[in-house]
Design a protein around this ligand. Sequence first.
Ligand code: SF4
Ligand code: SF4
Ligand code: FES
Length: 520
Amino acid sequence: MPSFKLDGQEIPFEPGDTIMRAAWRQGIEIPHYCWHPGLSVAANCRMCLVEIKAERPMMLPTLAWDESKKEFVPSAKPKLQPACQQMAVEGQEVFAKSKEAVHAQGSVQEFLLLNHPVDCPICDQAGECKLQDYWETSQGKLKRKMTEPVHKPKGVQFGPTIVYDAERCIMCTRCIRVNDEVVGDHVLDMRERGNKNEIVLSPGRQLDHDYTLMSEHVCPVGALTSRDFRFKARVWFLRAAPSVCQGCATGCNDFVDFDPRKNHVYRLRPRDNAAINKFWMCDDGMMSYTRVHEGRVTQGVIRNGDNKSTTAAEAIATAAKYLAKVDGKKVAVVLSAQSSTEDNLAAAKLAKDVFGTDKLYLAALGGWKADNILRNADNNPNRAGALRAAGGALKPLADLLKDVAAGTVEAVVALGWASTEDATQLSPLRKLVATVSLSSNVGPLTEVATIVVPVASFAEVDGTFVNAKGIAQKASRAISPPAGVKSAAETIQDLAKALGKTVAVAPADVQRVLTQEASA
Ligand code: SF4
Ligand code: SF4
Ligand code: FES
């Protein structure tokens, strides 16, 4: 592999790589604003200027102060090149930390801050802002400009999800490019020149497609903020758990950002994965974190006879009492395309090892608008994992309703909250000896259940999700479940125990299921 030297370090590169991209592949950051690994090169911010040593170096005529003559005299200095645009060349020597390069970075930084309001204390980007980072590393001096900065529009509503502050904008054009190049929608553009320029909406438009939050995601400063996240949390209090989006079968990789002091999830962010989502997520996926707290089931509910709230433990004991009255072969177990493979495997084992039933069904959401960017038509994150856990096909809930009508099902244990059918369609389940819903959220299945047992959500336990391409991915635990609430897999084990039986789901079991099916 060809290579070049960056500040003395050997950097391998692939043909077509720029200096910036080759350094980025090695985990080395050359200061930059406008460059983004997922977007075209604009080379407009000039923060990435580097010195390149060559046999015939490009030099710039300049004036230097001559102390003996007490005047400026003709001189020359290396002409710096933007690392984001300059191709990597075999054997070349590049300096991002030479005196000239460091001086240029400091000057560009000072220039970008000339008219900036520096309202960091009320800016949501504070703590993850490139202007703050590079002020620390490349400038570190007070602003010399003493005059009033240029004022521009603030708090501009770009659409239902994004607010724009033109005074904070450094005109890197990343937001324009992400809309043009990733979404294919030229909804943003730039107008005016020099210190008057600003980002504007195309005439008659709103920023309102399915990927609007990616404009905020790529903005390196606080010019674009998300209406959902702004003013809710300071990012230095947040921790990030690597996870998988629960929005659809693409399985975009993400970070769940949560405040451990409040046990609260505040947002999702894309996690780079070249094979799945590259650098992006759709808006519905980004907002799917709200399920962690909205419509949350935190207590058990028993509706056999009276309607009372109770602990998870009592709900399990009551469920076992009713399930014990039914012939195991007449118990139906419903797996969930929304639940992890671990939870689904426990449910499949409950059916086989505890009830000895082959009545296995799958609950899933009914699909949504797909596109050729990321969104999969199946808006369930783990249909493939549920099928693998069951070791074969699963019948839809429509078939369960037929079996209930035929009298071959007398009790149901159902995983998850989601189903294509609404509560009215599922109402025959209310009349069974027991319909036990193991769920983290309210949904049609919890509505018709005679016994609801709360279980941990995807953000509260580790879990594996298999996407539409058959790739198994781990979602890590971010926050703790409510007191007394366990994962669905553990809850199923407790239910089996209450029935005098055992369900064991070791990590090796999950691995075996995933590996066997993946190689099948
Ligand atoms: S709004 Fe942000 S991403 Fe867009 S040009 Fe300004 S600084 Fe760059
Ligand atoms: S495309 Fe699917 S997996 Fe990706 S962010 Fe959107 S909903 Fe989530
Ligand atoms: S990152 Fe190279 S010019 Fe902006």
